[in-house]
Design a protein around this ligand. Structure first.
Ligand SMILES: Cc1cc2nc3c(=O)[nH]c(=O)nc-3n(C[C@H](O)[C@H](O)[C@H](O)COP(=O)(O)O)c2cc1C
Length: 184
């Protein structure tokens, strides 16, 4: 155990409880635990995240479970966000979660836009295509969002070819995820 301990928040999209995405996020969180950090896991399939509304020139937050997540997001040192690729992008739950963060503390403001200034992001993607670079543009997309949110680092990790080789069989990759978690 070294250095400062912090809260590492895992947020998991997709539709499988114990799928590729969960396994790789869990490996990163296990690494974080080994380094002495605390971890919290939110599965997006278990919470209701609504859609943004609009009234009288204001973007309105829906009444949903996002506010239950917000205390963890506010106090985190790192976010480990895992998503499978669905039709060329992050899955719908992950996409909706990211959209939902636009309205923070019940409103959009310049101040809220810089909502996680000292946090790091670990962006995990899992997908069937076997090329490790096919979805580099999605990792770039994450980098832009986290930069806009004032986060201090954005790290990408992909599991390619998960149909032929599920994450459970990619021992080296699991080890790499743990290493990322240990080094947060
Ligand atoms: C609705 C749907 C759409 C998908 N679209 C893509 C895709 O566009 N590209 C790709 O490489 N894999 C695609 N896949 C495969 C998943 O990304 C892959 O199986 C992933 O590892 C699943 O993660 P999970 O086990 O956590 O659910 C798709 C799977 C589903 C269910």
């Amino acid at each position: 155990m070294t250095g400062i301990t912090m809260k590492v928040v895992g947020v998991i999209g997709g539709a499988k409880r114990d799928g590729n995405t969960y396994k790789l996020v869990k490996a990163a969180l296990d690494g974080a635990l080994e380094a002495g950090h605390t971890t919290v896991t939110w599965r997006l399939m278990d919470v209701y995240i609504g859609h943004l509304g609009h009234f009288a020139d204001e973007i309105l937050p829906p009444i949903d479970d996002f506010e239950k997540m917000q205390p963890d997001l506010e106090s985190m040192g790192a976010l480990v966000l895992g998503s499978p690729i669905w039709y060329g992008h992050v899955d719908t739950r992950t996409f909706n979660f990211i959209n939902r963060t636009y309205v923070y503390n019940r409103s959009y403001s310049e101040e809220n836009a810089k909502k996680w200034p000292n946090a790091k992001a670990v962006n995990i993607l899992t997908y069937e295509t076997e090329d490790e670079h096919t979805y580099d543009h999605i990792l770039e997309w994450y980098n832009h969002i986290w930069d806009w949110y004032g986060m201090k680092e954005s790290i990408g990790l992909v599991a390619a070819g998960t149909t032929k080789k599920p994450v459970a069989e990619q021992k080296e990759l699991i080890e790499r995820a743990k290493e990322i978690g240990r080094n947060l």
